[in-house]
Design a protein around this ligand. Structure first.
Ligand code: HEM
Length: 294
């Protein structure tokens, strides 16, 4: 028997190890459950894996839909981490805030890696299901909007698309009215004796955060001091977050440029030209500008 024949033969006739490997061996996992499996009860995999309803016959639509769903799940985890961090900062618990931000950094990396399956779409490939999306656009993602709100990119008009969905609208309204992550950081800096101006501390948190020269000076002084200080480590965790959010926006922009050039978006915007403007916005602006003065 040749080497290949031997391999094929072995594949068809399981040896004695396969009995040990399968679930019926005495030391194998349990097979017998009265109802659904405990895994299912926890993960709800049956629900999760039946939420895919492609709208075209194109085989490439499935990965577009699932990538979008996977990203929605990551947005959900990241919002959870940043809300945890904001709460911890409010309670002056910086280590808990830094731990949540660091988890979110790993999650943002995983989120950004999820661009892989969509990063090289050609216009013809995208066109094969683009029409089926109708006016649907990631612009209408409420969970992404909550991320942006937490980052200080607040805008009441972003609630308008969600008027027809009461739960989503209520969650977004709450996120709009609550202080963002950076508001909590700046309040903490003020409580620790740093000269954050009253105008920043008392700002209307339902509006977009505007950079302040005084806040820039606070970060400059902190960064010129002890690198190991808790507030510098907090600043670096926030910078990591800002960098990875910027990378998500840019990866999205490049994927969009490859898939549709300068056509208008399904959501009605100018497309790439509109996304380019969005991608230039700096997350936690003074953490970037302060670097010029250290
Ligand atoms: C390669 C495929 C994709 C293309 C061609 C594309 C295209 C676009 C375009 C043109 C916009 C601007 C709004 C509009 O007019 O529609 C947009 C916005 C957006 N897309 Fe995508 N997109 C793609 C994949 C994704 C995926 C997988 C997600 C994940 C959820 C996503 C999330 C978003 C978000 C959150 C916005 C709003 C950004 C903001 O408000 O700054 N996109 N997209």
């Amino acid at each position: 028997m040749s080497h290949e024949e031997h391999a094929a033969h072995a594949a068809h006739e399981p040896g004695p190890q396969s009995a040990v490997a399968d679930g019926e061996s005495p030391d194998g996992p349990n097979l017998d459950f009265a109802g659904t499996t405990p895994y299912e009860d926890y993960v709800q995999a049956d629900v999760l894996t039946h939420l895919q309803h492609p709208r075209s016959d194109d085989p490439g639509e499935m990965v577009f839909l699932v990538t979008t769903q996977v990203m929605e799940l990551w947005f959900t985890v990241i919002v959870h981490e940043w809300e945890t961090a904001a709460r911890a900062l409010r309670e002056d618990d910086v280590p808990v805030a830094i731990a949540a931000l660091k988890r979110s950094v790993r999650e943002l990396e995983a989120l950004n890696h999820s661009w892989k399956p969509l990063g090289q779409l050609t216009p013809a490939q995208f066109n094969s299901y683009r029409g089926a999306l109708g006016e649907g656009s990631g612009f209408q993602s409420a969970m992404y909007r909550r991320m942006e709100f937490l980052l200080g990119e607040k805008s009441a008009s972003m609630l308008v698309p969600h008027r027809g969905a009461p739960r989503v609208h209520a969650e977004l309204e709450k996120a709009l009215q609550e202080p963002g992550l950076y508001d909590e950081v700046l309040r903490l800096l003020a409580r620790r004796g740093h000269a954050v101006p009253a105008a920043v501390l008392d700002r209307d948190v339902s509006r977009r955060y505007d950079p302040s020269p005084e806040v820039e000076a606070v970060w400059t002084a902190l960064y010129a001091g002890d690198e190991g200080a808790e507030l510098v480590r907090l600043g670096e965790a926030l910078t990591d977050v800002g960098e990875l959010v910027w990378r998500w926006r840019n990866d999205h922009l490049v994927a969009t440029r490859r898939a549709m050039g300068s056509k208008t978006g399904t959501g009605g915007s100018a497309g790439v030209a509109w996304l380019e403007k969005r991608a230039t916005k700096n997350v936690f602006p003074e953490l970037w500008t302060a670097r010029s003065h250290v």
